[in-house]
Design a binder for this molecule. Structure first.
Ligand SMILES: [Zn+2]
Length: 508
């Protein structure tokens, strides 16, 4: 008999790890039950009563009183930079939240070379499992630059070829960021044509919609566009970080929900993810500038910001965008090259400069492109989305916003533990199995024999996000054990140095 990778076993069915007596919440939504969970190699091989079935393990952990659940799956983690670097590719901030699988390349920014990207990540070493989307914005920029132009037949053909190649290379689907330049310059028909390239691979269309507020087509128009891309492109449509952004659309979660329910009722697959914060995170320019001002790229923008002939129109559009987002006190600079800007609202910075908010914003944007937390959501809209069965948990974990280090524990606290919005079983399901199903992640997201051993163990009373808007990278508390493919990345509450994560491709 050959030795197992973990050494000689006493007998062939000896488990590597046995979690004894935990409160198992298996991800399917069924009620919590006390059971033992056994793992061997990279798989869960046993769920039941170990003693009565004579199960023995090389390592037995008494987890009575603790929850045993599938590792969380984050479909919207902005970790392209983290995974490309050696120091951060373990994704410790996600592991501390209990996230064992991330998808990235969202908002239209995913790489064209999916296969090469996945290979580099694996060579680098991963703490969590990771998969990637190909980005509409990236593809459009490659073919048409930052120009605000329609794609002609030749350009569209080139874009389709790039998307197809990325899908062949293992991408989970096409992401779009139609709010952002250059994605915003693409028509609905262009996006549909690209979605059709994703369909034969069973991919998903994942969209940061053209409008989450009242900027252009409006929130409801953007939801209809996303559904149309799904329907005419022949792919499941997934709305990223669903929200009602800004005073003009507060309370419109009910209309969004009605539109999605109607589409689902006629057989269109439409889903969404959500993070549990009242502030979104974006760039100061993305929040305030009209997209026409960004056409051509950064140099063109700076010229327009300083051109007296353009200033009146630019100022008028920015004033309206600031109103939509709740005014200068609702925009907090979270990260900037000039650290004197950080931790201050646009209102405070304007007062310091003795200037109006728009002038202050324009001066900052001439010099750099800081990140902001934009306080633009209502709790009632968050709660309304949270209970829909087609909504899953996501972090949208961009730098400078606490959601990257806190979204999952905060969602658990606010939707399931501290307020009775969702049962804990429903919360776990929408953070694991439901997400796996939406994106075609095989054999993960459920505590069941045969599934990969992505398993988290925690005391619900101790689970807590600690990241804040002024200290956004404080890791979360509460995970006692986190296993990825059977290896502990958190043991007894402490991070290990293991890198058992794998690159994932969609299962079809
Ligand atoms: Zn986004």
């Amino acid at each position: 008999m050959a030795a197992s990778p973990r050494g000689m076993s006493a007998q062939p069915d000896t488990l590597d790890v046995l979690l004894l007596g935990g409160r198992v919440i298996d991800g399917t939504g069924t009620p919590t039950r006390v059971a033992d969970v056994g793992m061997r190699g990279d798989r869960i091989v046993f769920v039941g009563t170990a003693a009565s079935e004579g199960r023995v393990a090389r390592r037995t952990l008494d987890v009575s009183g603790l929850v045993v659940a599938p590792g969380f799956i984050d479909p919207h983690a902005h970790v392209l930079l983290d995974l490309g670097a050696t120091g951060t590719s373990r994704l410790d901030g996600y592991l501390a939240q209990g996230v064992t699988t991330v998808l990235t390349g969202n908002d239209g920014g995913g790489p064209i070379d999916a296969a090469g990207t996945l290979a580099r990540w694996q060579a680098n070493g991963l703490g969590a499992n990771a998969g990637v989307f190909v980005g509409h914005g990236t593809v459009r920029q490659r073919v048409l630059g930052m120009r605000d132009v329609r794609a002609d037949a030749a350009a569209l053909d080139s874009m389709r070829t790039l998307v197809r190649g990325a899908m062949q290379g293992g991408a989970f689907g096409l992401s779009s960021g139609l709010y952002y330049a250059p994605g915003s310059y693409g028509s609905t028909d262009e996006v549909i044509a690209l979605a059709r390239e994703v369909a034969p691979f069973g991919g998903v269309y994942d969209t940061h919609m053209r409008d989450e507020s009242s900027y252009t087509v409006g929130l409801l128009g953007a939801v209809r566009e996303a559904i149309r891309v799904g329907e005419e492109g022949g792919v499941p449509a997934h709305i990223a970080h669903v929200k009602a952004l800004g005073v003009d659309v507060w309370g419109r979660s009910d209309s969004v929900i009605a539109i999605v329910r109607a589409a689902r009722a006629r057989g269109v697959t439409v889903t969404a993810d959500q993070y549990p914060y009242l502030a979104s995170g974006t760039g100061l320019g993305a929040a305030l500038l009209p997209r026409w001002a960004e056409a051509g790229g950064r140099d063109s923008l700076v010229r327009r910001l300083t051109d007296p002939a353009v200033a009146p129109r630019l100022r008028a559009d920015m004033t309206e965008n600031l109103r939509r987002r709740g005014g200068p006190a609702a925009l907090l600079i979270t990260s900037a090259r000039d650290s004197a800007l950080e931790g201050r609202t646009l209102e405070e910075l304007a007062a310091r400069e003795n200037a109006d908010a728009i002038t202050t914003a324009m001066r900052i944007l001439e010099r750099e492109a800081p990140s902001v937390a934009s306080f633009n959501m209502q709790q009632s809209d968050l709660d309304a989305f949270a209970v829909e069965p087609w909504v899953v948990t996501g972090s949208d974990g961009s730098g400078g916003h606490p959601r990257k280090f806190g979204a999952f524990p905060k969602a658990m606290r606010e939707f399931a533990l501290d307020r009775p919005v969702l049962s804990i079983e429903a919360f776990i399901a929408r953070s694991s199995a439901n997400t796996a199903r939406i994106f075609g992640i095989a054999d993960r997201g459920v505590i069941a024999a045969g599934h990969f051993a992505d398993v988290i163990v925690f005391d619900p009373a101790a689970v807590r996000d600690r990241s804040t808007y002024t200290d956004p990278e404080r890791p979360a508390d509460g995970m006692r054990w986190v296993f990825v493919n059977g290896d502990a990345v958190i043991a007894e509450g402490a991070l290990t140095s293991a890198r058992p994560g794998r690159t994932l491709r969609p299962a079809r």
